[in-house]
Unconditional design. Structure first.
Length: 411
């Protein structure tokens, strides 16, 4: 049985029809629809002869035994955000299933080959992304905080996990799954506009951005909107507004793909007749270089102090979350670039702004690389998400070529 990329596209459409509706994909992790998708995947992979296991963190593994216990791992996630796109995550595992079919048909591979469907990459229901991969990587250190998490209906995370056979106290036992992994490959839609702007179908991912995420609290003085002169106001929102605009030139000055986002501001007392007393601002900053990420943060803090002085308000910072930049394996990047050139003629190297399970696997010390396929209009996490079918087929060919080269390298 040779590789059939068109079958991957047909199966992606089948999965879309099975687990979506008029609003988009509904494969939110720890739900019945997600389990329906996992059962569907089980049926597709069964014909390869690979054995299935669900690990302690809920990750779904399919193992095709090879001549060596060392394993080539191909992975992705089948869960989606609510009203999500038909390709985000699902392309990874459906294309991986097609590659697994081709390898199985060729006889025993030199390495064991494993397809993994990571549990809850999106974090859509409980706000904890990369759940399964971080457990397997051993980097999950927030179990106590996770016990307190609840969804919009008040269901506690541990209770939802239990309904799907997962005990939060045991999730780190999934670390054993990465013990013999020689390399990890992940295919994903770009979720951005770069490849489309270059008129290229495929690219090699250098790594995932580091992230600094903070809450910036501005404190002024509530006062009557009608009786307080403009030059006497201590308007907390004025400081937040200035910072929201200033992060743009800061990102431009740093360069190298730097991005900064003021994602929300909550004002109190929050009424039209009062000057804003407190403004709680959310700030997200990302870069592929750790030093430049630190500069992004330092420059934003310096600007906030300057604006606080100008507006006669106070400002304080609280880190919400951070992760260091993750650089992928240089040798695998070279193999990935060669693979793309073989199937499409031209390649391009680019960083990933969004985080992916590949980042957690790489943090665990496993040689890792990702392939990106072009996203139309750069859209993702929406039912409008799309990629040309011919590009999807090329991406399956590129993943298969990369898998063959990686097996040869590590054999």
């Amino acid at each position: 049985m040779g590789l059939e990329p068109k079958r991957t596209v047909a199966e992606l459409e089948e999965l879309r029809d099975l687990t979506g509706d008029e609003s988009g994909a509904q494969r939110v992790a720890w739900t019945d629809t997600w389990e329906t998708a996992r059962e569907w995947l089980r049926g597709k992979v069964g014909e390869t002869g690979a054995t299935e296991r669900i690990d302690e963190a809920g990750n779904q593994w399919f193992t095709l035994a090879g001549a060596s216990d060392r394993a080539l791992l191909i992975g992705g996630h089948i869960d989606s955000v609510p009203n999500g796109g038909w390709l985000d995550g699902s392309l990874n595992v459906v294309a991986g299933a097609e590659v697994l079919r081709r390898i199985a048909a060729d006889g025993q591979p030199p390495l064991t080959v494993r397809l993994v469907n990571w549990a809850d990459e999106e974090g859509a229901r409980f706000g904890r992304s990369l759940f399964g991969s971080s457990a397997a990587a051993g980097s999950m250190t927030d179990q106590e905080e996770l016990r307190q998490r609840r969804d919009t209906n008040g269901v506690a995370l541990p209770d939802a996990l239990r309904e799907h056979g997962v005990d939060l106290d045991r999730v780190l036992e999934a670390r054993s799954q990465l013990a013999n992994v020689a390399a990890y490959l992940e295919l994903h839609i770009e979720q951005g506009p770069v490849l489309e702007s270059l008129d290229l179908p495929l690219g090699v991912v250098l790594g995932t951005f580091g992230v600094e995420r903070h809450q910036v609290t501005w404190t002024g003085q509530a006062a009557h909107a009608g009786s307080t002169p403009m030059n006497k106001r201590r308007d907390a929102l004025a400081g937040a507004a200035k910072l929201a605009l200033e992060i743009r030139p800061i990102a431009a000055a740093i360069g190298g793909g730097a991005v900064c986002t003021s994602g929300g501001v909550v004002c109190k007392p929050g009424i039209v007749t009062s000057v804003v007393e407190t403004a709680e601002q959310l700030l997200d900053q990302r870069h592929l270089d750790a030093g430049e990420l630190a500069r992004l943060l330092a420059l934003a803090k310096e600007a906030s102090e300057r604006f606080a002085h100008e507006e006669n308000v106070e400002v304080s910072w609280r880190r919400i979350w951070s992760i260091e930049p993750i650089l992928f394996d240089e040798g695998l990047i070279e193999l990935a670039e060669r693979s793309i050139r073989e199937v499409s003629g031209t390649s391009h190297r680019l960083p990933s702004g969004p985080l992916h399970d590949a980042a957690e696997v790489s943090r665990a010390g496993v040689p890792t690389v990702m392939l990106f396929v072009q996203s139309l209009r750069g859209l993702s996490h929406t039912k409008l998400e799309d990629t040309k079918k011919e590009h999807l087929e090329l991406s399956v060919q590129a993943l298969d070529t990369l898998a063959a080269k990686t097996l040869e390298r590590f054999a």
